[in-house]
Ligand binder design. Structure first.
Ligand code: SD4
Length: 337
């Protein structure tokens, strides 16, 4: 039997060619709308609009995802991202963010305080340092040296929610293993609000380049110093320019254990559709729990290099926003339960 690599060799072609799956998908490319941008959650629509301004002008996916991620970061009413994000249990707002392009360039910050646009600091880490990830004081010092303004991110509303939480909080951390039936990190907040609003934004530009960004204030009232999945390559975000991009939202500890976004991209490399790939990553997370966890939400979105997109979540209620030249829409993602 003639293997693909033999065929390529006979034709004088090299492994630099896209994978067979990618070559097969090329059939669809002509029908696929480009550019396209997708974002986690319904508020992703506002982020997509800012990203679309860049993409529609022929701009780069990297610029688009940064512009998009900056929208919820600046929104004081979004309590899981940037300004107005809920603080940790000590009342400190700490941000995690990452950004990645089609070529594997990557920058990230974790536990960053006092600077609202964590995604832009992450991009600066990517472009101006030999490093990938800066944390805490170091990230803040770098951001200030780069001219980012210093600003108090704790809004009165977020401080109020934190003080309310303090009144009933079981302040002592519990072990983060399955035998404890709850995380010490609450996902039900004062007023019944859910603590899942990280933005993951993925774009494919007119030139066919992918990029992604992910930004969050993390789990509300977390231990100081806690870092989630969002700034960690392959967990909250991963981009492979030849295959696709993925991003995650939900309980970051779960995503970190399965390198969620990298898993999604690798499954797409093996030929899964974006939705199937997201589903299998969610299933991997679910399988670890002997009994179904109603208190746990985890969701992925994915965008393939040929512009197909999909999402999947553990619990119902997850939607993502899509923007193409056909307009804007919300997609209710299927869920495991
Ligand atoms: C985290 N994954 O820090 C983030 C939180 C999140 O929707 O996604 N909320 O664990």
């Amino acid at each position: 039997m003639l293997l693909r690599r033999d065929l390529l060799r006979m034709l004088g072609l090299s492994a630099a060619l896209p994978s067979l799956a990618a070559a097969e998908r090329a059939v669809d490319v002509a029908e696929t709308r480009r550019p396209v941008v997708i974002s986690t959650w319904t508020f992703g629509e506002a982020a997509n609009a800012a990203a679309w301004d860049v993409l529609a002008d022929g701009g780069a996916a990297l610029d688009a995802v940064e512009a998009g991620a900056r929208v919820p970061e600046a929104d004081p009413d979004n309590h899981s991202v940037g300004l107005g994000g809920y603080p940790d249990r000590d009342g400190r707002v700490t941000l995690d963010a990452s950004i990645m392009d089609h070529a594997g360039n990557l920058g990230a910050v974790a536990c960053l305080e006092d600077v609202v646009h964590a995604v832009s600091v992450a991009r600066r880490v990517m472009e101006k340092t030999p490093h990938v990830l800066l944390v805490g004081e170091g990230a803040l010092g770098f951001a200030l040296a780069e001219g980012f303004p210093r600003q108090n991110l704790l809004t009165p509303a977020a401080e109020h929610a934190w003080r309310e939480w303090l009144q009933t909080a079981r302040y002592a951390p519990q072990p983060n293993i399955e035998r404890s039936n709850r995380y010490s990190l609450p996902d039900a907040l004062p007023g019944g609000e859910r603590n899942h609003d990280t933005i993951g934004i993925l774009a494919l530009d007119r030139g066919g380049h992918l990029a992604g960004a992910c930004t969050t204030s993390g789990m509300a009232f977390k231990l100081h110093g806690r870092v989630g999945d969002s700034p960690i390559s392959g967990a909250g975000l991963f981009v492979d320019g030849e295959v696709g991009a993925a991003s995650a939202t939900g309980v970051g500890e779960e995503c970190l254990r399965v390198c969620g976004s990298h898993t999604v991209v690798e499954l797409m490399r093996q030929g899964r559709s974006p939705e199937q790939a997201c589903r299998e990553a969610v299933e991997r997370i679910a399988r670890r729990h002997r009994t179904p966890r109603k208190d746990l939400q985890m969701a992925f979105v994915a965008l393939s290099a040929d512009g197909r997109h999909g999402g999947y979540s553990l619990q119902p209620g997850f939607a993502y926003a899509v923007r193409t030249s056909a307009g804007t829409r919300q997609v209710e993602a299927p869920s495991l339960t």
